[in-house]
Write a protein that binds this ligand. Structure first.
Ligand code: COS
Length: 391
């Protein structure tokens, strides 16, 4: 389908496709086995100027070149995910970590941190999740108490993508426990700050090239100037961040699905059973047709949402959630069908689709489970109806 991309957007896709071919495909299976972060590939992306495509030129990025940067980030993430969902998220999670600064940071914070992220000299991570605060994002227990010119952080963050690899962390913590979600605040915490250390590195089902790690804060003194926005606005900062980042997860899902579809379609064109190519059987044809249709529909939803963001729309939480839920459910279905089409071969580690099926699963879980996305969508459509939407 033609999405009438600008030349610059087509160039981004081309560049990511070349990086995937040259650097990702040769090592993806090994990184998956070794559970190893792709530092050298992220360096290649940084050198190729891919780290700042969503950051404005005033802060060292090139967002304006792509008409805003959200669509460009989705296209890059999709293309990289076609080859490896784990390596792609190691790249995309930098945008998630940078987003609170970009959307809600002070001018000083933007000037200080965004250029380092745009150049790829430093990596970022976003720390919201805790052992007891996942879907219930307002239930964060990590405490940030004010002491003079500092906030003192105590608590543990769990399952943080890019944990241990990033140098700049945006952390949601509780500044007023009596106010629940309205007592949360966001902070920038740099690697190496005394009292900030890394805990367990997770051994995951999929996206194993990415790092998922615990962050531990023990009397960690963070300068008060690192507070993002104002005290009590941490929940809003987190929600606005997730509204922006969810299309990126959706793009990752579209990429994983496309990668699996291409592998399965190629296999079906070569595999002969009963004296015929298996793509001559209607059972396989209908599977391929459904896979291709669902992927295209998911892609169209992702691009349309990213274009809304780039156009400067203020509200897109419903569309963001729709893109994520539809694309990630598509990725799970398509990768499962790809394994099915490839039969025993699909199930073997020697071929890439079993990894794609494992990688797809997380897209239905992180940055808000698909049940949470459906709650967001339902709450938006109910509000629209109450305010006179529909006929
Ligand atoms: N943008 C701006 N403000 C938002 C918002 C958004 N997308 N979503 C909620 N808010 C505001 C609400 O307007 C409300 O403000 P007031 O208190 O001034 O009325 C406040 O935030 C609380 O909103 P709400 O009552 O809807 O919060 P809930 O506790 O019911 O939570 C969900 C809403 C479930 C949608 C939220 O907690 C969520 O997204 N959870 C999933 C978190 C997640 O993605 N975790 C994965 C790990 S992060 S990588």
């Amino acid at each position: 389908m033609n999405y009438y991309f600008s030349e610059e957007l087509n160039d981004i896709r081309e560049l990511c496709s070349e990086i995937a071919e040259k650097y990702i495909i040769p090592v993806r299976a090994q990184l998956d086995v070794e559970n190893r972060f792709p530092a050298e590939i992220i360096r290649v992306m940084a050198e190729s100027d891919l780290c700042g495509i969503y950051i404005p030129e005033a802060y060292g990025g090139s967002a304006e070149v792509f008409g805003g940067g959200s669509l460009a980030l989705c296209v890059a993430t999709e293309e990289l995910s076609k080859a490896c969902g784990g390596i792609a998220v190691s790249y995309a999670a930098n945008a998630l970590g940078a987003m609170p600064i970009l959307l809600s940071g002070s001018e000083e914070q933007k000037q200080k941190y965004l250029p380092q992220l745009a150049s790829g000299e430093k990596l970022a991570a976003f720390a919201l999740t805790e052992p007891e605060a996942g879907s219930d994002a307002g239930g964060v227990k990590t405490r940030a108490g004010r002491e003079g010119d500092f906030y003192v952080l105590n608590g543990t963050k769990q399952w943080i993508t890019n944990g241990g690899e990033a140098q700049i962390y945006t952390v949601i913590a509780q500044t007023d426990p009596s106010r629940g979600a309205r007592g949360l605040s966001a902070f920038i915490v740099e690697d190496g700050t005394p009292g900030f250390s890394y805990g367990k590195k997770e051994d995951k089902m999929g996206i194993r090239a990415s790092s998922t790690r615990e962050l531990i804060f023990e009397d960690c003194r963070v300068p008060a100037e690192n507070l993002v926005s104002r005290e009590g606005y941490g929940f809003i900062v987190a929600m606005k961040t997730l509204d922006r980042s969810r299309p990126g997860v959706a793009a990752q899902a579209v990429g994983i699905a496309q990668g699996a579809f291409e592998a399965a379609a190629k296999y079906a064109s070569e595999r002969v059973q009963f004296g015929r190519r298996i793509d001559s059987f209607q059972g396989i044809q209908f599977m391929l047709a459904d896979m291709a249709t669902q992927i295209e529909a998911a892609r169209a939803l992702v691009y349309a949402t990213a274009r809304m963001i780039d156009a400067g729309e203020r509200k897109f939480e419903k569309e963001s959630a729709m893109a994520k839920v539809f694309a990630s459910d598509t990725a799970m279905r398509v990768t499962t069908d790809a394994v099915q089409i490839m039969g025993g071969y699909g199930y073997m580690r020697e071929y890439p689709v079993e990894k794609m099926m494992r990688d797809a699963k997380i897209t239905q879980i992180y940055e808000g489970t698909n049940q949470i996305q459906r709650s967001v969508i339902a709450s938006a459509v109910i509000k629209e109806t109450a305010s006179g939407g529909g006929r």
